[in-house]
Write a protein that binds this ligand. Structure first.
Ligand code: PCA
Length: 133
C-alpha cells in the first residue's frame, strides 16, 4: 500500500526507536523536535525485540508517550522506508493525541501522524506505554 506523498512538512508522533536517544533517531537528523506528547487511551505498545509496535486496543487505558517532530518530505520518505510502509509492516495514520506541546496550533494537532504496527503482537511483551531509550 502506498501512502500519499507529502509536498509540505509533516508532523509525526514517534514513540519508539525514532525518539531522541533511540537506535533509529538518526533518521530524524536535521528535523525539528516540537516536544513531548501522549496518545489518547485505546492504544498499546508491545516490544518486538529491537523495536516496539503500537496497536489499537479498545480497552487499553495507558497513555502511550512519544515526541512530536516536524519533518521534511524527504525525511518522511526515509521514515516510511524504514518502517516498511510499502511492505505493510506499519501504516502511517493520524495520531489521536491526548497531550501535545504548546508550540502546536490546534489545527496542527489534528494533522499529526504516527506509525501503527500492522503485524501480530501475540505473545509479545506488553510495555506500559513507554519504549525505553
Ligand atoms: N519506530 C517508529 C515506530 C516504531 C519504531 O521503532 C517510532 O519510533 O515511532
Amino acid at each position: 500500500m502506498k501512502s500519499t506523498p507529502a509536498t509540505v512538512d509533516s508532523l509525526v508522533f514517534v514513540y519508539g526507536t525514532l525518539k531522541q536517544g533511540g537506535s533509529n533517531h538518526h533518521f530524524l537528523a536535521g528535523q525539528t523536535r516540537l516536544g513531548a506528547a501522549t496518545l489518547r487511551p485505546g492504544h498499546a505498545l508491545y516490544s518486538l525485540g529491537d523495536y516496539p509496535g503500537l496497536v489499537t486496543e479498545a480497552h487499553a487505558t495507558e497513555a502511550v508517550t512519544g515526541e512530536i517532530w516536524r519533518v521534511t518530505p524527504a525525511a518522511l520518505a526515509g521514515l516510511d522506508e524504514l518502517e516498511g510502509i510499502e511492505e505493510g509492516l506499519y501504516a502511517r495514520v493520524p495520531a489521536p493525541l491526548a497531550t501535545w506541546p504548546d508550540a502546536l496550533e490546534a489545527r496542527e494537532v489534528a494533522a499529526v501522524q504516527m506509525y501503527l504496527y500492522l503485524g501480530s503482537v501475540s505473545g509479545r511483551p506488553r510495555l506500559d506505554g513507554v519504549w525505553p531509550t
